[in-house]
Design a protein around this ligand. Structure first.
Ligand SMILES: C[S@@+](CC[C@H](N)C(=O)[O-])C[C@H]1O[C@@H](n2cnc3c(N)ncnc32)[C@H](O)[C@@H]1O
Length: 275
């Protein structure tokens, strides 16, 4: 049985629902830096394939540190424009051609037919209202406009080599506990694999889901992202039965030169609002 998948059903305690990370904490700086280093190359390769260029109007949702939004702003310059939104936008770095707004994609007003392209990475899977958000995004795009959603399916991610079996088991236990923490907050941690079907149900066409996995070794920003989670989610992980000693040990495992694992699957799903 897969302990991560077992953790996935909808949260039992509705009061626990809510985005579990805190952009105001110092840990968020490392979290966003590692997200950018690990995933921007794939995200921007996919965005570039839409043909976006000078004059496009783009929306970056849940922008984090704004690295993707800045890349978009450079691509659509000099006459295009990019709006970067986040409920907690203080980490979005200023960049020419970029407008930053505090905005909740679930509840706040969104202009209709205003964008040529909208993108969100690792945002919607945290939101129980993700299907309604997809419908809002379809309306926010001009006819023929593009939506790209990049999301994890964390049910896959085996350990390939570890210093010993106990280390491998500790890593798996940590991933399972983290999966429960996210699920308790309302996240759907396998949503990456469901995203294309849900975009289709929300009225998008020309669906193009692309999965990607990579090898993780010590120092990979994907593993360092998990290290940052041992700090930022500490209290919630302790509530799931881990101890500070477990967290210290799993950090050592993930930084051990003999540790190698496969990343979770990141699905990058593109679709278009019908013309
Ligand atoms: C896991 S981070 C991903 C950041 C960035 N997209 C990346 O991949 O590097 C999720 C981001 O979504 C933001 N967020 C969470 N709920 C949101 C909402 N309802 N509307 C807009 N942004 C939200 C968070 O504040 C955070 O910056």
């Amino acid at each position: 049985m897969n302990p991560v998948l077992e953790a996935d059903p909808a949260p039992a305690d509705a009061h626990a629902v809510g985005y579990v990370f805190d952009n105001d904490s110092d840990n968020s700086i490392a979290q966003f830096r590692n997200l950018s280093a690990a995933y921007d190359p794939f995200t921007t390769e996919r965005l570039a394939a839409t043909g976006l260029g000078d004059g496009w109007s783009c929306l970056e949702i849940g922008a984090g540190n704004g690295s993707v939004a800045a890349w978009l702003a450079d691509r659509v310059a000099p006459t295009g424009r990019v709006l970067a939104t986040d409920t907690e936008p203080r980490r979005v770095a200023a960049h020419p051609g970029l407008r930053v707004e505090r905005h909740d994609i679930v509840h706040d007003p969104l202009a209709e037919a205003g964008f040529d392209l909208a993108h969100a990475r690792l945002v919607l899977q945290h939101l129980p209202e993700r299907q309604a958000v997809l419908r809002r995004l379809r309306t926010a795009l001009r006819p023929g406009g593009w939506l790209q959603i990049d999301e994890f399916d964390v049910s896959y991610g085996p350990v390939l080599t570890a210093p010993d079996e106990r280390s491998a088991e500790l890593y798996r236990t940590f991933l399972a506990a983290k999966g429960r923490v996210l699920s308790n907050g309302g996240a759907r941690i396998v949503w990456g694999r469901e995203c294309a079907a849900e975009m289709r149900a929300a009225g998008f066409t020309a669906l193009d889901p692309q999965p990607r996995v990579v090898l993780w070794q010590a120092g990979h920003p994907g593993l360092e992202l998990l290290v940052s989670h041992t700090h930022s989610l500490r209290e919630r992980l302790l509530a799931e039965g881990l101890t500070d000693d477990h967290l210290r040990q799993v950090r050592e495992v993930m930084r051990h030169p003999e540790f190698q694992a496969v990343s979770p699957i990141l699905y990058s799903v593109q679709g278009r609002r019908p013309a």
